[in-house]
Design a protein around this ligand. Structure first.
Ligand code: NCD
Length: 336
């Protein structure tokens, strides 16, 4: 039994995946190994198995999504689970209904597992405390997005065999990115070295304790890294002028054709999507042979199959259940 993940010895109960926080190397590797099995199922002429027949997965998205929601729903269908779906835009939220009431309504449709996305850090943790269903965090504000990190690790491992000793640069709006937080934890758990590349205003107020180094310029490190992970400027979360202009940001940090050509030939380019072409990545760089952006999308389904299977099939807890002291303080001051 892993103390870090609080796994139940009898395999019973209800488990959640709320963050990479609390997972060690073997926890991450176990999910990636299981993903290999589901990737193989995805390559069959009929990519479907009866593993979760009779179970229902609900996607509860209070914030926009293309890839993550479609990927969870595809994963559930490949496992023969039923799906129900809630979208904030077309719901009674606009009529004043609370998150808690919304979750209760969705749960009452017979769901076994809720996939939750919200713009506020800690929402998935809160929801896990309200229901006796499994909860998967599909992105909570700028806190965590664990399945994105798992599919990114899977994509890198698929190409390179192992992340051990790799130097991975995460570039862009790290301050507002849940993907960056989950990926720093997952990449380093698998033995990679992470360098954050951003202007000082796009770094979190404190990175004390983060297992990373920092660079403020992209050009000097381009030839010296094994993978470049690009992030979108999260305009929806930026409340002050953190960059002079998108044009100025792009001139220093956009991965253009000439910049990608200076990377090692076997280096990888990743992006969680959606991409803002011409801001953090050019069309040419996105289609360069180093780019594995489409592999990330494909692998997202297999990784999420593994996560749904582990949670619903075994009731296991994946990662910590607590949002951590820093986020708990933040949450206690907000009304949901
Ligand atoms: C990311 C997200 O929503 O956090 N996208 C995703 O899940 N594929 C990154 C982003 O929105 O920039």
């Amino acid at each position: 039994m892993s103390a870090a993940t609080g796994r139940r010895p009898d395999g019973g109960g209800v488990g959640h995946l709320l963050g990479i926080d609390g997972m060690d190397r073997s926890d991450v590797e176990e999910i990636l190994d299981l993903t290999d099995t589901f990737a193989e199922i995805g390559r069959r002429p009929i990519p479907k198995v009866p593993a979760l027949r009779g179970r229902t997965v609900a996607t509860v998205f209070f914030e926009g999504s293309t890839r993550t929601r479609m990927s969870f729903e595809a994963a559930a269908r490949r496992l023969s689970a039923d799906t129900v779906s809630f979208s904030a835009g077309t719901s009674s939220l606009s009529k004043g209904e609370s998150i808690r009431d919304t979750v209760e309504v969705v749960s009452s449709y017979g769901a076994d597992l809720l996939v939750v996305r919200h713009s506020m850090a800690g929402t998935a943790h809160r929801v896990a405390g309200w229901t006796d269903l499994s909860v998967v965090n599909a992105g909570d504000g700028c806190h965590e997005h664990p399945t994105q990190a798992l599919l990114d690790c899977y994509t890198v491992r698929e190409r390179r065999g192992s992340l051990d000793g790799m130097r991975i640069a995460i570039v862009g709006d790290i301050r507002n990115s849940r993907v960056a937080r989950s990926n720093v934890l997952a990449f380093t758990a698998l033995g990679a070295e992470v360098v954050l590349v951003a202007p000082a205003t796009l770094l979190p107020p404190s990175i004390l304790g983060w297992p990373v180094t920092v660079a403020h310029e992209l050009d000097p490190i381009l030839g010296d890294i094994d993978a470049l992970y690009l992030l979108r400027i999260q305009s929806e979360r930026i409340t002050e002028g953190l960059i002079p202009s998108l044009r100025e940001y792009a001139s220093d940090f956009c991965l253009t054709a000439s910049r990608v050509a200076r990377m090692r030939s076997d280096a990888l380019v990743l992006h969680p999507g959606p991409t803002n072409r011409g801001v953090e990545i050019s069309a040419e760089a996105a289609s360069d042979h180093r780019s594995v952006i489409l592999d990330q999308v494909v692998n997202g389904v297999s990784v999420r199959m593994a996560v749904l299977f582990l949670l619903l099939g075994s009731g296991r807890q994946l990662g910590a259940v607590d949002a951590g002291p820093q986020w708990r303080v933040d949450l206690e001051h907000r009304v949901v």
